[in-house]
Design a protein around this ligand. Sequence first.
Ligand code: ADP
Ligand code: MG
Length: 684
Amino acid sequence: MTPPAKIPPATLAKLAKLGIRHRADLLLHLPLRYEDETHLAPIATAEPGQTVQVQGVITHAEVTFRPRRTLICRLQDAGGELYLRFLNFYPSQQKQLAVDKQIRAVGEVRMGYYGLEMVHPKCRAVDDETPLQTSLTPVYPTTAGLPQATLRKLIANALEVVPAPELLPDSVRQSLQLAGFPESLRLLHNPTPDIAANVLQDRSHAAWRRIKFDELLAQQLSMRVHHRERGKRRAFALPARGELARALLASLPFALTGAQQKVLDEISRDLARPHPMQRLLLGDVGSGKTIVAALAALQAIENGQQVAFMAPTEILAEQHYLKLTDWLAPLGITPVWLSGSLKKKDKQLAANKLASGETLLAIGTHALFQEQVSFRQLGLAIVDEQHKFGVQQRLALHGKGREAAPQQPAEPHQLMMSATPIPRTLAMSYYADLDVSVIDALPPGRTPIVTKLVNDARREEVISRVRAACVGGQQAYWVCPLIDESETLQLQNALETFQTLAETFPELRVGLVHGKMSSAEKAAAMSAFKAGELQLLVATTVIEVGVDVPNASLMVIDHAERMGLAQLHQLRGRVGRGAAHSLCILLYQQDRLSELARARLKVIFENNDGFAIAQHDLQLRGPGELLGARQSGVAILRFADIDADEDLLEDARRIADELLRDLPDAAQAYLQRWMAHKHDYLHA
Ligand code: ADP
Ligand code: MG
């Protein structure tokens, strides 16, 4: 065995940037792609866009200085010629690329000023005897100042000195028809000549499948282990007594649906345990999550524990505050309101009530998380629209329950709610550490929302439609275009839209709500709309989540092509909350319609079901974006693709259970190999 090569500190620092901290990490630093240097392409056959290897003689070389210092060489083979261009070059390169030298160059061909060219190709001096590579050349993910050659050498050395034993029992390997681990690793770093480039490139080769399986298995194991460890942590047991719940239910104009009852039972059972609940309550827009949350809160309150109920926007938090006050005040429970925009004095007052334990229920925005606010005994934290919160905020809340009684650390139970349904594969991988409850049916009496795509050229018709609806006693939303670039522009646009629409509809009472209004102004506009005093509400996407005005049955979304799928689905969910037939009009600008925007509009037009929409979203955008804040600080899968590799994910899930049960040492070794250096925010 070769002794491990000593790695200079500068290189170590660069490796650390790539997440490589131990020699063993080098083994799993797998190629991004492969270059084919096994044959030469005649220059005459090279086409723009192709990456090829060519060989020829330099027939001309010069350095030009305009527009900037550039080395340009002409390379000629038997049938053609192309130019090699270098913007940054060393004297040694210039020497290598002198006239009459024979050169082999690999790079992407493109059409340049003088004709076909390669910019910064990989070049080497050759003679007629220089053999071609016999197998594909791996290209690794790297960082500035760390050449491929260095990485290759380090990895080759690691392959020799670091043991990479097979961790999967033979029986499992055979039953899943998986390739061996050490062989797979070797093959991917040093592909043999018989392997076709495309199966390596598209990662369908058996060796890739094995690596992807292992990655997924490690992820599953880590989630399971965390899940199990949660069972060892302490929380206050909050058994259901049911009196308050019965009183609330008796006062409602509706009965819980079967789906709501089922998830409530799941939550209730968790709360009764002396271990922290971490449950995600998923339910499509309008499925009735708020009442479930209120009932969960009551279970904690009955046990003398405090509850924090948080929403991502002030409008939504305020709406919850009003609704819960309405529901719970008759039971003798008055929530305290807590938001960032409260006056200092009022904030202090609210904070005092929570610190003393005088108030058991706090509702508000993320101001609830802030340092000043402490609870006497936080038993349950409810986070609405969880996907809108950052991981850091979850962490801050997590610490709250402990402050009160440090001698007896007990954590609050956590209920997270989301209407952004998580596709099954995503739930199986990234959310596997959470328990998930799903409200899978909408309350009865809803009529499905009709969605229409309307070209902006037909704006006048839409305006007539809005007029007719409002005059007829319905209420409508007009959602302003989303302007990402600047808040000022967004504001200006909302004001202009409001002005125009107010002038267009002199006979209607038109209101406006946008993100830059004070919370009192926002609240005033929302409650006027809710009370029916306003017929048309012009709004920015601040109304995206949670807003509930059942009489509103028409929504116009201006410049719908700018919005994301989840956003469109959420916005649309603001209507269709009552018995009236609801209509959502998506106005789009034909000339601004990108391929992706077109695809999104098609999905939203064709689907009403949030899960189906999320599945499409996953395909259009990939998991990284769909996960939003959750993924920050968390390593996303490097090799596997949860959508394309769903079958592997299923297997990994099953095998994770088997390993943990039968072969805990192997499970541990897996975690060590794949997860040892990942700091895990995920499970906070
Ligand atoms: P979301 O799941 O989107 O948060 P909400 O909790 O805002 O939904 O509920 C949407 C509407 O449905 C509210 O007006 C709520 O009062 C009503 N609702 C909730 N549960 C039921 C039910 N079982 N029957 C009838 N209406 C219900
Ligand atoms: Mg809601």
